[in-house]
Design a protein around this ligand. Structure first.
Ligand code: ATP
Ligand code: MG
Length: 248
């Protein structure tokens, strides 16, 4: 499916550092994701997962280090410029435009690369089919369930035609069945040629089944990286989750 060493990373962090006041929230983090991969960034509450997503999408700038997309430095680029290069994202707090329909929300994503309404509609309809939202296309986004809103976020991000998609806490608050369905969608994303990075608090079984690799961060630092099986048996990972219930 993908051959890491043979390819240039799609996204690469090189010794990235970010401080908020006195707090080092990203501490010398290096990692790479390769085309076609599904990588999960796992870490307890406040570990710095969302911060990594904000760094990769230009919402915040690193204090040190380099972030590259397809070999190109993202230094100094604004979020909309990075989005245009091909990085899409969803947000931990889902905020679709509640007074627009599901279809209109996804069309907004498509307008990132086309100004033709018919083309945007066509593409949005195809994506709604892909994300399992087709039957809810005329509903107001605000009327969707949480699972539906999360799905809509993915649909809207997909409509921008990203090469890489960053999905922050896509299963938080979902029922186990909804979480399994969302993970199946993740898998189909990679079949569609989209590389995906997910952020999640716990190493859940559904994550283990679909991830090619996982990376664990704790207090802003990478403490383990490997297959889900490797990291869940890593002593530093077990220690990081001590006192909380790690679901494996
Ligand atoms: N804009 C900000 N200003 C100051 N501190 C911040 C800011 N954003 C995040 N932090 C702090 O940085 C640390 C990492 O936060 P981050 O949101 O990246 O963690 P997370 O792993 O996504 O957590 P969660 O599991 O709660 O989503 C936390 O201590 C947080 O309080
Ligand atoms: Mg977060």
């Amino acid at each position: 499916m993908y051959a890491q060493e043979a390819q240039q990373p799609l996204l690469e962090f090189r010794n990235v550092q970010k401080r908020f006041g006195g707090l080092l929230v990203t501490n010398d983090v290096s990692f790479a994701v390769y085309p076609g991969e599904i990588l999960f960034i796992i870490g307890p509450n406040g570990a710095g997962k969302t911060t990594l997503f904000n760094l990769a999408t230009g919402f915040i700038a690193p204090d040190a280090g380099e972030i590259l997309f397809a070999g190109r430095s993202l230094r100094g680029l604004k979020p909309y410029q990075i989005a245009r290069l091909g990085i899409g994202r969803t947000f931990q707090i889902v905020k679709p435009l509640a007074n627009l329909t599901v279809l209109e929300n996804v069309m907004l994503g498509a307008f990132a690369h086309t100004s033709a309404k018919a083309a945007a509609r066509q593409e949005a309809l195809e994506i709604l089919e892909f994300t399992g939202l087709a039957d809810r296309r005329d509903m107001l986004a605000g009327a969707l369930t949480l699972a539906g809103r999360k799905r809509l976020e993915i649909a809207r991000a997909l409509a921008t035609r990203p090469r890489l998609i960053l999905l922050d806490e896509v299963v938080a608050g979902l029922t186990p069945t909804e979480a399994v369905e969302t993970m199946a969608l993740f898998k189909r994303l990679s079949e569609r040629g989209v590389t995906a990075i997910g952020g999640i608090e716990h190493v859940m079984r559904v994550v283990m089944e679909i991830s090619h690799r996982v990376m664990v961060i704790h207090h802003g630092q990478k403490i383990a990286e490997g297959t889900p099986r490797e990291v869940t048996s890593h002593p530093d990972v077990i220690a990081a989750y001590l006192g909380s219930q790690m679901e494996v």
